[in-house]
Design a protein around this ligand. Structure first.
Ligand code: ATP
Ligand code: MG
Length: 261
């Protein structure tokens, strides 16, 4: 569904992405990891057509995003929902208005109907609409805000794919598990293809079975968990070093599960 093909990208004279290629099929869950500044968010921006590669292509269902007119790009953004790194909610709107924002702007539905849909969506993402619907984003916890952002993306579009930029950064373990549970639910129940950018490798290991490691603008790894653990690429080993322990823990848990199963 999403193909990044030999993409090079620079900001002015600084090359950010170097010959990056990978494919995400319909319904697939892929985790993109890598050090800060390695180019992960830039890749998501390219997929949405917010930036264009200097060479190479970004293809959505076989169509090159960068030669599209603005209208066609908007169609692409209906297929692909994005949850930005900071949640990016509108501060001065209530939670309900945030979730219903797209319908408010782009449909002829009456506010009552939109409010109903927003409330339903809040329920879906695990929030009580009666409790949070009329609150401002600043009154919610970080984890709740992240859920609101996911709900807004879902109601905006009816996405076949979702892009999540560090959806659990800054959340406590409990809220992290909640948000990851929601991402997994969307992937499993609705078959939504998902790209999750994260630094938190323990989380990554629990939700996905395919990993792409970006290092200094290059794809240093693309493959499954076992291959990742055995990977001898110095850049990948360097990135994984601080996470060795969580890696082993998750692997052990899986192994015990296998034995008991
Ligand atoms: N608008 C911009 N103008 C110039 N340089 C930028 C811009 N946005 C990002 N960069 C640079 O591009 C590089 C990649 O940034 P990007 O945000 O993709 O990294 P990242 O992997 O998402 O990092 P993080 O994990 O910290 O979010 C960084 O060196 C950053 O400084
Ligand atoms: Mg980023």
């Amino acid at each position: 569904m999403i193909e990044i093909r030999r993409v090079n990208f620079s900001y002015w004279d600084k090359q950010i992405l170097k010959d990056v290629s990978f494919v995400v099929d319909d319904g697939e869950m892929v985790v993109v990891m890598g050090p800060s500044g390695s180019g992960k968010s830039t890749i998501l921006r390219l997929i949405l057509g917010l930036e264009c590669p200097h060479s190479g292509q970004v293809l959505i269902d076989g169509q090159n995003v960068c030669v599209m007119k603005e209208k066609e790009k908007q169609q692409i953004r209906k297929k692909i929902g994005m949850v930005f790194q900071d949640g990016a909610l509108f501060d001065s709107m209530t939670v309900g208005e945030n979730v219903g924002y797209y319908l408010l702007e782009n449909s002829r539905l009456r506010w009552e109907e939109i409010a109903d849909r927003a409330a339903e969506m809040l329920g879906f993402v695990g929030l009580d609409p009666n409790e949070v619907g009329d609150k401002l984003p600043e009154e919610l916890s970080g984890g709740m805000r992240r859920r609101v952002a996911i709900g807004r993306a879902l109601l905006s579009t009816n996405p076949r794919a979702m892009l999540y930029d560090e959806p659990t950064t800054g959340l406590d373990p409990n809220a992290t598990q909640n948000v990851l549970g929601l991402i997994t639910k969307l992937h499993q129940e609705k078959g939504i293809a998902s790209i999750v950018v994260t630094h938190q490798i323990a989380d990554a290991l629990n939700i996905a079975d395919r990993f792409v490691v970006i290092y200094d603008g290059e794809v240093a790894f693309d493959g499954d968990q076992d291959t990742l653990r055995a990977c001898q690429d110095a850049r990948v080993k360097d990135f994984l070093l601080p996470f060795r322990e969580s890696f082993e823990r998750v692997a052990r848990k899986k192994f015990i599960g296998l034995e008991q199963g």
